[in-house]
Design a protein around this ligand. Structure first.
Ligand code: THU
Length: 142
């Protein structure tokens, strides 16, 4: 993953709407042509309607270049109050987001690189959707 993609995810995080959890997450998705789509978590007073950053970014990616073109993504997160200079724990995608990332991987047949970072982008876990979601559910029509 490139440093630019980490920076893009950090920038996306500033667009999060997370007044209920105070946990701000940003995500940047890159296409095989180097295009970048951004997303951030979007909470709602009706809690269950909240949307994760990864799903928000994947929706933007579908519109911008198509889910089948996704090659990698970066997710960054941490509490709003977190001191920008102090590293925290990398944010690992929730189970639902793993399934959403797998949808993109299934369309292209390629594994997707997933980089999980703290809010500073300094603490990182670099992994892949096949490692994050083994023995996954897949659906083929017909
Ligand atoms: N969140 C994400 O955006 N992505 C994840 O993979 C995990 C959780 C958001 C949802 C909610 O707005 C906040 O983080 C706290 O759970």
């Amino acid at each position: 993953m490139s440093e630019d993609l980490v920076k893009a995810a950090i920038k996306a995080r500033t667009g999060a709407h997370a007044p209920y959890s105070d946990f701000f997450v940003g995500c940047a998705v890159e296409s095989e042509d180097g295009e970048i789509a951004l997303g951030a978590n979007m909470e709602n007073g009706c809690y269950r309607l909240g949307v994760c950053a990864e799903q928000s970014a994947l929706a933007a990616a579908q519109i911008a270049f198509g889910l089948d073109k996704v090659v990698r993504l970066v997710v960054v997160g941490g509490s709003h109050a977190a001191d920008g200079s102090k590293p925290g724990e990398p944010v690992m995608p929730c189970g639902g987001c793993r399934q959403a990332i797998l949808e993109a991987a299934s369309l292209s047949g390629r594994d997707i690189e997933v980089t999980c970072c703290d809010h500073t982008g300094k603490q990182r876990v670099v992994t892949s959707i096949s490692a994050l979601l083994p023995a996954a559910f897949t659906f083929e029509k017909g």
